[in-house]
Design a protein around this ligand. Sequence first.
Ligand SMILES: C[S@@+](CC[C@H](N)C(=O)[O-])C[C@H]1O[C@@H](n2cnc3c(N)ncnc32)[C@H](O)[C@@H]1O
Length: 225
Amino acid sequence: MTCPSRLCDSLAMLDKTSQMRRAIANDWLVPPYYEQAENWLDPFWGEETHFRRWFEMLDLTRVVELACGHGRHAAQCIGRVGEITLVDVLQTNIDACRERFGADPRVHYLVNNGNDLPGLESGAYSALFSYDAMLHFELLDVLDYLRETARVLRPGGRALLHVSNNLENPGGHYHQNRLWRNFGSLDVVRHVADRMGLRTLEHTTIDWEGQEAIDGLLLVEKADQ
Ligand SMILES: C[S@@+](CC[C@H](N)C(=O)[O-])C[C@H]1O[C@@H](n2cnc3c(N)ncnc32)[C@H](O)[C@@H]1O
């Protein structure tokens, strides 16, 4: 169907998930978050956290970090990786990472379309992780990323994913939800991961800022073929 008006906003031409994806990405154009987040690493990298314990179960030979922001997590592990590909939907974030890591030959960069890993070789990566980001994404995009994760991991490769476990407000906008958690479910992600050939090795719900079980964390492994 053609747009009835030349003034038609291009957003109106997009399906609802694509519109939401773009709106969510735009929320993270704001620099203050990234500066503040640099001082807020303990929930992810503290020795006793699930994040840290399960991160230690990844093979860091060839890693993808999805939704890398300004690279605060990559900075924690860069000395241990063979190589790492930093992926984000925002060019501005990839630019910030380029500035941060410079021409380090271990670091590769990718601006994606918000639900894919274009150009990443199939069956080639030992690990993928994503922290503090997928919990804001549209559920359909999370499921697309599961399919892409299953595609790019080598057999035995693992992914550590921090997702929303908020089943409130179906059909709503994530700004209306506690801590901006989009509609999502750890169990749904586990189920779909299984069907895509990603076996769950570990999983837990996570309390965040006093909100009980609002997040989920899972470690999955690609089946040997
Ligand atoms: C809350 S920030 C977290 C950044 C980083 N993971 C961290 O913990 O510092 C959310 C990140 O998700 C990215 N993002 C938003 N929507 C995305 C999408 N659909 N696909 C990939 N990245 C996305 C944003 O650009 C931003 O970098």
